[in-house]
Design a protein around this ligand. Structure first.
Ligand code: FAD
Ligand code: NAI
Length: 476
């Protein structure tokens, strides 16, 4: 057993943890990062859920499956004939794995570059020790290290349905959903949230008949209603079957597949028979193996580590960030918290603005938003103006061959300050950053309306939607 001393120990090497480690190292600290993720060969695979079974592989498969769908359905409109189109799923999955590995390797490189000591294994608290906290690393060997500060970034896990544990064969979490060996004829999903829509889209494009069962009566309740309606229309047209307001009952899994008993929105007893079932009903904070009790680290009733607005836990010099604490479970939120905490440790004023965290759903059409929705503004009684612009009237969207959706602004009725921007349509994952920048700088809709946007570009829809707030669009 060694006992190495560090200024900062980060437990967890996902986007929260690895970015916190890099920022702390940049600030001159002696940093260790512990991560237990194993690749197929038992070696380390830095990057956490996001890199291994989340953001990165899902986006790789969304891209590949979109190419496949275009080749099969929309190339013909462009005068490109494709005959004998076939799917090589093994190759598609192997490409996705290669993209993941590039990202794993990239983080190893960044750790070397920033002289971060990496420990592969499970990190758990032992005790408060002189000079900080003693943390045990249980990997190929066991060792003990001490850190003046500890940043916990242990992420989250998929939430199973009671009585239907994940076997990753028939009942799949996001992990199994990203590596189904053959396209299922019938695929069921429970939960029409972000994973339900993204994974449902991937497998539908590849040929599965997809049914999504959602408990809530409203589709994408957190999204601006007008945008959610537009998105639902597009998904319906694609044949992604989404049943709202259902109550899921018994789930039986056998050799022939999975049978899901449920009550539909009208109270009718129904059964859905599928080859595979993906359960995507949210995620739970992960503190398994952390030995929070050993040092008295406080968790809430959901199992999340309790933190204040600045990611301080109840223990001095112990911080927690990312999915394991309150707030949206998003990689960029975890990263921002990681940077802010490293800066606070250095005595600086790290800051995360929760009002300007963008959300993106990478379906087709993509859905993206930042700030408040129209329904939130109505509920709060704040006087606002709204304006929108459809991609149907945008030249670049016509040239691309994808005119679905719109950009929508909501701005303060008196000051014209942008309060929210909501988008559904092509590449809005990229367009949303302009809105984030504008809101960070407390811009008005008029500010965006007066900025020169390249022509022809999708971003002109953003400018036009800003003009629409003042009812003076130029092209609609
Ligand atoms: P994680 O990424 O979960 O990393 C935690 C790490 O800590 C893991 O490597 C884990 O093995 C390790 N660990 C846990 N306990 C210990 C321990 N005791 N000792 C050592 N190591 C430990 N977000 C987006 O912003 N955009 C997206 O497009 C997106 N797509 C997603 C798609 C899917 C299918 C899923 C499931 C999630 C997606 N997310 C996306 C969410 C995103 O993955 C998470 O918000 C993000 O990974 C959280 O980062 P984190 O660092 O807090 O935790
Ligand atoms: P989610 O919270 O987005 O959606 C879960 C859905 O399941 C909700 O609509 C909920 O009403 C429904 N639900 C809950 N219990 C149910 C039940 N018993 N029966 C039927 N429906 C039920 O969670 P999801 O999709 O699992 O994703 C987890 C998180 O991962 C997301 O919230 C997000 O933070 C992150 N993520 C982000 C992505 C992105 O940024 N593009 C992509 C994928 C995941």
């Amino acid at each position: 057993m060694s006992n190495k001393q560090f200024d900062v120990i980060v437990i967890g090497g996902g986007p929260g943890g690895y970015v916190a480690a890099i920022r702390a190292a940049q600030l001159g600290f002696n940093v260790a990062c512990i991560d237990e993720w194993k690749n197929g060969k038992g070696g380390p695979a830095l990057g956490g859920t996001c890199t291994n079974i989340g953001c990165i592989p899902s986006k790789a498969l969304l891209q590949s499956s979109e190419h496949y769908e275009h080749a099969g359905h929309s190339f013909a409109d462009h005068g490109i004939k494709v005959e004998g189109l076939t799917l090589d799923l093994d190759r598609m999955l192997a490409r996705k794995d290669a993209v993941v590995k590039q990202n794993n390797d990239g983080i190893v490189y960044l750790f070397k570059k920033n002289k971060i000591s990496f420990f592969h294994g499970r990190g758990s608290f032992v005790k408060a020790a002189e000079g900080g906290y003693e943390v045990k690393v249980a990997g190929a060997a066991e060792e003990s290290i001490t850190g003046k500060h500890v940043i916990v970034a242990t992420g989250s896990n998929a939430r199973p349905l009671p009585g239907a544990a994940f076997d990753e064969e028939n009942i799949l979490s996001n992990d199994g959903a990203l590596r189904i060996g053959g396209v299922p004829k019938k695929l069921g999903l429970i939960g029409s949230g972000v994973i339900g829509l993204e994974m449902g889209s991937v497998w539908r494009r590849l040929g599965a008949e997809v049914t999504v069962l959602e408990a809530l009566p409203t589709f994408l309740g957190a999204v601006d209603e007008q945008i959610a309606r537009e998105a639902k229309k597009a998904f319906d047209k694609q044949g992604l079957k989404i049943e709202l307001g259902v109550s899921v009952g018994e789930i039986k899994s056998g050799k022939k597949g999975v049978s899901i008993a449920y009550t539909d929105a009208k109270g009718g007893a129904r059964t859905l028979e599928v080859d595979k079932l993906i359960v995507s009903i949210g995620r739970v904070p992960n503190t398994t193996g952390l030995a929070a009790d050993a040092v008295g680290l406080k968790l809430d009733e959901r199992g999340a580590i309790v933190v204040d607005d600045e990611c301080r836990t109840n223990l001095p010099n112990v911080w927690a960030i990312g999915d394991v604490v309150r707030g949206p479970m998003l990689a960029h939120k975890a990263e921002e918290e990681g940077v802010a905490v490293a800066e606070r440790i250095a005595g600086q004023h790290g800051h995360v603005n929760f009002n300007t965290i963008p959300w993106v759903i990478y379906t087709s059409p993509e859905i993206a938003w930042v700030g408040q929705t129209e329904q939130q503004l109505k509920a709060s009684g704040r006087a606002y103006k709204a304006g929108n612009f459809p991609f149907l009237a945008n030249g670049r969207a016509r040239a691309l061959g994808d005119t679905t959706g719109m950009v929508k602004f909501v701005a303060d009725a008196t000051t014209d300050e942008i309060l929210g921007v909501h988008m559904v349509g092509p590449m809005v994952s990229e367009l949303i950053s302009e809105a984030v920048v504008a809101m960070e700088f407390k811009a008005s809709a008029e500010d965006i309306a007066r900025i020169c946007h390249a022509h022809p570009s999708l971003s002109e829809a953003t400018k036009e939607a800003a003009l629409a707030v003042d009812k003076r669009t130029l092209n609609f």
